[in-house]
Write a protein that binds this ligand. Structure first.
Ligand SMILES: NC(=O)c1ccc[n+]([C@@H]2O[C@H](COP(=O)([O-])OP(=O)(O)OC[C@H]3O[C@@H](n4cnc5c(N)ncnc54)[C@H](O)[C@@H]3O)[C@@H](O)[C@H]2O)c1
Length: 441
């Protein structure tokens, strides 16, 4: 029998209403909220969301138990979600959707009243971190003022909406690349640095700090350095709050983490992998700035090494040349095009090429991830889990892990891990795929 004898206590029941706080209410956030409104009214389906459409097998294959994940795990239904958040530009979510130009205007008209009711609170912003934007709807004061104001916003949002539970998802612009510094290494140093208005404390860190201090699970959909610093992990541990990150795995990296495991599984060599993108939304504009692109480049480059393990297979992957580019090209808006040229080799070293041309829609791919992460992080919180939620690696380009282990990037291992964690949380046997000869016979 599989080793799931030690069964955990089941998660506490879901709240009827769950608040989802969005840091940054641009293309991804507005497409996500509009999509939930549309799905609630039967105007569209939440395609791409594992929590809404996925099933999970339980027990033996012969048991024929395959419930929907949303019926198996106690998750707040779409009807119970309440939205709030911050942006450095004012307006409301209807305007954000119109600016983003992701969704059809006929759909937006039907959702106008609901979308207009969600208005971003003023953002905590330091222009040094996002050089292309000039925020007009920003909090006054210094870092301590911003942290306190963000915390007050969370409390007010909960009170206004009668909420007991909230989750925060960072959907804000990518900040400039930042290395871990002295102020990030312990909670005491971090809090002292906030008081000193130390500029190495980024806005993204302040949102994560505010979330944790208010008991709100936090997910980082961007490459910015945020909860992935020792100071905030210490806080998450101390207050027993789940965190996850970072950088939603949506387009090109999603493809990469499917193709690379296949090369590795078949022991095919890879000599080079050239990835380039054209993208014309505000995210593309921000990433046109080299220091902001560097943060994205780091999360995009990381995946191949851990999947292919060149140290174990120097003859197949030791000379791999990996390059990633993002080009800002306004005519495309949110409809990104991602090209990959992959130079592989097979039997006796004979070369072959694969070309991938993914004409995707950035925010359409990211929106269901925001939904799943919010629901799963709240579940993790109710199940008593704290700190980094590695079982949600499935959703990240650069999954956060404990310092002692490497990140798992293979999409299908990540999915197996996610589902086994759900089974474990709900007291079901884990599925080992041993097969009929050993287990099911
Ligand atoms: N497929 C995807 O779309 C995808 C995938 C992975 C990661 N991401 C990341 O998600 C983030 C959002 O992407 P997007 O396309 O919605 O970008 P966007 O530019 O449309 O939205 C970001 C919003 O954040 C706001 N903002 C900037 N700094 C802020 C601050 N300090 N406080 C509050 N708001 C702030 C901006 O005004 C903007 O409205 C980006 O960092 C992007 O790299 C997106």
């Amino acid at each position: 029998m599989p080793d799931s004898a030690k069964k955990p206590a089941p998660p506490a029941p879901p709240a009827e209403r769950l608040g989802i706080l969005l840091q940054g209410m641009g293309a991804v956030a507005s497409t996500f909220v509009a999509g939930v409104f549309a799905a609630r009214r039967g105007l569209g389906r939440p395609v791409g969301s594992l929590t809404q459409l996925g099933h999970i097998r339980l027990g033996k294959r012969t048991d024929d138990r395959n419930p929907q994940i949303k019926d198996f795990a106690p998750l707040t239904p779409l009807e119970g979600l309440v939205f709030g958040g911050w942006d450095i530009f004012g307006g409301d979510l209807y305007e954000a959707c119109a600016t983003a130009e992701v969704l059809d205007s006929r759909l937006l008209e039907k959702l106008e009243d609901e979308l207009r009711s969600v208005k971003p609170m003023a953002g905590a912003f330091d222009p040094a971190y996002v050089k292309r934007l000039n925020g007009t709807h920003v909090k006054p004061g210094n870092r301590r003022d911003w942290a306190d104001a963000l915390r007050a916003d969370i409390r007010q949002f909960k009170a206004d909406n009668g909420l007991e539970r909230c989750v925060m998802v960072n959907c804000s612009s990518t900040e400039v690349y930042l290395e871990l510094g002295p102020a990030h290494r312990s909670l005491a140093a971090f809090e002292a640095a906030i008081d000193a208005n130390d500029t190495s404390i980024s806005p993204a860190m302040l949102y994560a700090y505010a979330a944790l201090k208010e008991g709100v699970p936090y997910a980082n959909g961007t490459p910015s350095l945020a909860a992935d610093i020792p100071a905030l992990l210490e806080l998450a541990d101390e207050l027993r709050i789940p965190v996850g990150g970072k950088d939603f795995k949506t387009g090109q990296t999603l493809m990469k983490t499917v193709l690379a495991p296949m090369f590795k599984a078949r022991m095919l060599g890879v000599r080079g992998w050239f990835s380039t993108n054209i993208l014309g939304n505000r995210d593309g504009e921000v990433l046109d700035e080299p220091e902001n692109f560097k943060a994205k480049e780091m999360t995009k480059l990381g995946v191949l090494d851990t999947i292919l393990q060149p140290g174990l297979h120097p003859e197949l992957y030791g000379d791999l040349y990996h390059k990633v580019r993002i080009n800002y090209y306004p005519p495309r808006g949110d409809a990104k095009e991602g090209w990959d040229n992959i130079d592989i080799f097979g039997w006796l070293g004979y070369p072959m090429q694969i070309k991938v041309d993914f004409l995707c829609r950035d925010s359409i791919l990211a929106a269901p991830i925001v939904l799943d992460l919010a629901l799963f992080l709240d579940l993790a919180h109710r199940a008593g889990r704290k700190g980094i939620q590695e079982w949600l690696s499935f959703y990240w380009k650069s999954p956060m892990t404990a310092p002692s282990v490497y990140a798992e990037h293979d999409l299908f291992i990540q999915l197996t891990k996610l589902k086994n964690n759900l089974r474990h949380m709900m007291g079901e046997d884990l599925i080992t795929h041993l097969g009929t000869e050993y287990y099911e016979g």
